[in-house]
Write a protein that binds this ligand. Structure first.
Ligand code: IVH
Length: 666
């Protein structure tokens, strides 16, 4: 056994060494077959003598047992983000701030790798734990997946204990290969290497993560006590010596001019790299100076990220499509010849309203410049007039609803055009979608496509009809199987017992948001009492404004609505408040006490709904972005607030991030 142990020890040493030469140094000293031979020998020994398998064995690179969840772990020190610079002026200001604070300095310029921040913990030179950034305070334990990244050393050259941070990423080549395989299998390809890397690190089965060929660059150390380095450049060299992979394209800059030249050079060269970068990181080099400058709530004062300008591409505007919302607002959408921009294929972009189309003189057939605002939301920036084909015409919104042909109206003070026909089919379908949505009746599995099919096949006309559906009604629908139909029926049944506020909100009463629905349901407790309430009474309630009061009483007084409520009652849909009293709601710890700004246009909910939901979670929703803002949620067309948040380094979510979080909490 001692002999076998010695052999295992030798195999470990050799394999770690060969792995390092191949993956970190890109300079193998033996052919692949030699590595494979030794690895198989080790696998065989470990299979026969499992007690000889250790957590830092080179065989863990192939992945281990699948996990059921990732454990949440608090970071020893928060994983912060960086403030942003978008132009030379921002950089010069940063340089001034630095020199005002610590005098003349040297800077370290590094590439900003477009991947995912991870933290690696070593104890006595052994890799013991790897975490995602998470929300910055708490991350997820993805140790087993990280071990499959060959460039992460499992054992260091010195037995030190410390934490090192860096960016895990998927090289472009692996990304293209992965997507090719996915497409062949008929699966949805990843939008960009960052998403692919994120998806891979979130695989619960580390064998799958192992197949994804990720890589890493390490760029920072938290605690310098066990190291000799006195600057960022020395720290990176020391990381190299310990066996880590750092990015070689770094330089020490002596002045802002050096920084600008580095940025210019990489703006031109970035496309030739084998991995994506989204900017340049500039850090004050001396650790002593870094310590003097310290941190804000969210980011170090001694570093900044220069972000490359949003990519702009040219494509053809093929058509302008109109969609009608639940409240009748008609929104024009640009239908574009599909084009690749900032990592995804874009074929649609909202044009918001007629005014915007006229301001930018956008016409069908035009060549248009498209970019993604905040790198997220596609936008038609301008038309290339020189390339305008002959016979294009100024675009005019229709005078009549494209769905029901009712005349459209422009309400005073609003830019939007509206269809005011209460029987408009498009609006009714949107109303049905709203009724089943998460904050309303929350009927799981009853998505947009199914609602449309049910409506247009005359299986449902109003929201109450949903509760009259039988399994046999569902089975003939597209992509509907026995199991799915059973699940849907079960979900519909379950939703009947939702507390009253969900029903109220789901009915889509104009101006009545989540919060007001809750307030009314809690105060009046039953639908019967709500049907007799007067406008004057409602106005008395804090949180209920005049507009809500008026629209609510008008709604409840409508004979058709009364019939609808009877129809719902007949199917035993709950009409009483069984929810949580507002006073008992303590909110969610992720939002409790946080200051949040909503900006831009949200598509899947109104700003008021979003704001009400956040308030219910204990957040303070404010209107301007300042240093004390904890989070900005940016919808479409977000403007100066988004820019300000980016400058301040405030965390920014898009609408989908917000919805994902809501899903997680609700
Ligand atoms: S230093 C306090 N250096 O960019 C944060 N970050 O918003 C110190 N990143 O979360 C980070 N390349 O994920 C640093 N060379 C680099 C980087 C880098 C990519 C990422 C990192 C961070 C984000 C900054």
């Amino acid at each position: 056994m001692t002999q076998l142990k010695a052999r295992v020890q030798l195999l470990h040493e050799r394999l770690h060494q060969y792995n390092y030469e191949y993956y970190v140094m890109d300079n193998p000293s033996v052919p692949d077959s030699e590595y494979d031979k030794l690895l198989h020998e080790l696998i065989e020994i470990e299979t026969e003598h499992p007690q000889l398998k250790t957590s830092d064995s080179p065989t863990v690179r192939v992945g281990g047992e699948a996990q059921s969840t990732f454990e949440k772990v608090r970071h020893d020190t928060p994983m912060l983000s960086l403030g942003n610079a978008f132009n030379e002026m921002d950089l010069r200001r940063f340089d001034e701030r630095v020199r005002d604070s610590v005098g003349e300095v040297e800077y370290m310029c590094e590439l900003k790798i477009d991947g995912l921040a991870v933290s690696l913990k070593y104890e006595n030179g052994r890799f013991v734990q790897g975490l995602t950034r998470g929300d910055g305070t708490t991350g997820e334990d993805i140790t087993e997946n990280l071990k499959t990244i060959h460039a992460i050393p499992l054992v260091l050259q010195k037995p030190i204990s410390f934490e090192v941070r860096g960016e895990a990423y998927m090289p472009r080549k692996s990304f293209l290969k992965l997507n090719e395989t996915k497409e062949k299998k008929g699966e949805q390809p990843f939008a960009n290497p960052r998403n692919a890397a994120a998806g891979s690190l979130r695989q619960l089965d580390s064998k799958l993560a192992a197949a994804r060929k990720l890589d890493i660059f390490l760029y920072s150390i938290n605690d310098f006590t066990e190291l000799d380095a006195t600057s960022q450049s020395e720290a990176l060299t020391e990381l190299d010596q310990l066996g880590f992979k750092t990015n070689p394209e770094r330089i020490v800059a002596k002045s802002i001019e050096d920084i600008l030249a580095y940025i210019e050079a990489w703006t031109a060269k970035r496309e030739h790299l084998s991995y994506d970068i989204d900017g340049i990181v500039i850090k004050v080099n001396a650790i002593e100076h870094q310590e003097t400058m310290g941190f804000t709530q969210k980011s170090p004062r001694w570093a900044i990220a220069y972000k490359f300008p949003a990519e702009e591409v040219v494509t053809t505007l093929q058509d302008i499509e109109l969609s009608i919302g639940r409240t009748g607002v008609v929104t024009p959408t640009a239908i574009l010849e599909p084009v690749h921009v900032a990592g995804t294929t874009v074929s649609r972009a909202s044009l918001h309203n007629e005014d915007l189309i006229h301001e930018r003189d956008i016409r069908i057939g035009d060549q248009v410049v498209v970019k993604k605002a905040g790198d997220i939301i596609p936008e038609v920036v301008r038309v290339i007039l020189d390339r305008r084909p002959e016979h294009t015409e100024t675009y005019h919104m229709p005078t009549h609803c494209p769905s029901c042909d009712h005349e459209l109206v422009r309400i005073e003070g609003e830019v939007a055009l509206r269809c005011i026909n209460p029987k408009c089919q498009a609006q009714l379908v949107e109303g049905l979608k709203h009724f089943v949505s998460r904050q309303a009746m929350n009927i799981d599995g009853l998505g947009t496509k199914i609602i449309e099919q049910l409506y247009y096949n005359h299986l449902i006309k109003d929201v109450a009809d949903i509760f009259y559906l039988a399994k046999d009604d569902l089975l003939p629908l597209e992509r509907m199987g026995e199991k799915k139909a059973d699940n849907l029926i079960r979900a519909i049944e379950k939703s009947k017992s939702q507390s009253l506020e969900h029903l109220l909100f789901g009915l889509g009463i104009r101006h009545l948001g989540v919060k007001a629905s809750h307030v009314l349901a809690e105060k009046y407790e039953t639908i019967e009492r709500l049907m007799t309430v007067t406008e004057a009474e409602l106005i008395e309630i804090y949180d209920v404004g005049e507009k809500v009061a008026q629209s609510f009483v008008t709604y409840m007084g409508n004979e058709d609505i009364r019939k609808l409520i009877e129809k719902l009652k007949a199917q035993h849909v709950n009409m009483t408040f069984t929810g949580q009293k507002t006073t008992e709601i303590t909110g969610h710890p992720d939002f409790q006490g946080k200051t949040i700004v909503l900006t831009g246009k949200l598509e899947q909910m109104t700003r008021t709904e979003a704001s009400n939901w956040l308030k219910l979670q204990g957040a303070k929703v404010t209107s301007s972005v300042t240093k004390s803002t904890d989070l900005v949620i940016a919808g479409k067309d977000a403007g100066s607030k988004l820019t300000k948040a980016e400058t301040l380094g405030t965390p920014i979510w898009n609408e989908q991030d917000f919805i994902d979080k809501q899903k997680e909490i609700n």
